[in-house]
Ligand binder design. Structure first.
Ligand code: ADP
Ligand code: 5GP
Length: 226
């Protein structure tokens, strides 16, 4: 039947853009890694940053490490979907091109960015971006995780905990909240968010399906009367 042939078209779906934010050290990276292990089709957007690589970080894997001048150039050309000065003098930004390509190809994409970046994405893309806030069960746990990771200088630690307060103030602006108390339930929750968003009208070509159903309804009516 003609509508069966059209089914493939109506099932076309854009990828889901999951924007994951929350205080540094809350476990965003850990929870996202858990999601990627369960859902290998999900991809991560690789940001560019002016900060220096940490031991073990690889160019193009965790970040594209660029100079301040190169970052400024990219800001100027509009090739960044969003960017922010996350810590004093340290810039981070999301390259636009790979995001557009992934979503158009139906690939689900995760952006792990700060709260300023998340709000910029919301302004640009509205509800087509899904904003997820990852919170710690309490502030003591946040401090413990951040110090336990041993990646920050005392100054870096202070900056991150100060920024955490600002981010926590904004959690009401998000679509979903995940409290990362135990890792596994938090990963499960993120997976459930992604699964739910697969049914969102924001990323589905629902107009095709609607047109087909209405055409069939008309056909059905004609047939039953005829
Ligand atoms: P973020 O990406 O938010 O900065 P990380 O994923 O790097 O945070 O996690 C910070 C530290 O906390 C890491 O050492 C990680 O192993 C640990 N961690 C993450 N989630 C939990 C959790 N639920 N319970 C205890 N420790 C955790
Ligand atoms: P880190 O230096 O620990 O890798 O990251 C520090 C902070 O920068 C985290 O809160 C992370 O979410 C944020 N961040 C990473 N990439 C981007 C980005 O492209 N844009 C924005 N706005 N923030 C980012």
């Amino acid at each position: 039947m003609w509508w069966e042939i059209e089914t493939a078209m109506t099932e076309r779906r854009e990828g889901v853009l999951l924007v994951v934010s929350g205080p540094s050290g809350v476990g965003k990276g850990t929870v996202i890694a858990g999601l990627l292990a369960r859902q290998p089709h999900v991809q991560m957007s690789v940001s560019c940053t002016t900060r220096a690589p940490r031991p073990g970080e690889q160019e193009g894997r965790e970040y594209y490490f660029v100079s301040a001048a190169e970052f400024e150039r990219r800001q100027g050309t509009g090739e960044l979907l969003e960017w922010a000065e996350v810590y004093p003098g340290v810039f981070y930004g999301t390259p636009q091109g790979p995001v557009t390509e992934a979503l158009a190809a139906g690939v689900d994409l995760v952006l792990e960015i700060d709260d300023q970046g998340a709000q910029s994405v919301r302004e640009k893309l509205g509800r087509r971006a899904v904003l997820v806030f990852v919170a710690p069960p309490d502030f003591v746990a946040l401090r413990r995780r951040l110090t336990g990771r041993q990646t920050e200088t005392p100054e870096g630690l202070r900056e991150r905990l100060a920024t955490a307060r600002k981010e926590i103030r904004n959690m009401g602006l998000y679509d979903y909240l995940i409290v990362n108390d135990q890792i596994e339930p938090a990963v499960q929750a993120l997976e459930e968010v992604l699964r739910a968003e697969h049914h969102s009208l924001q990323t589905t070509d629902w107009r095709g399906l609607q047109a087909r159903l209405l055409a069939q309804a008309e056909h059905d009516e004609v047939a039953s009367h005829g």
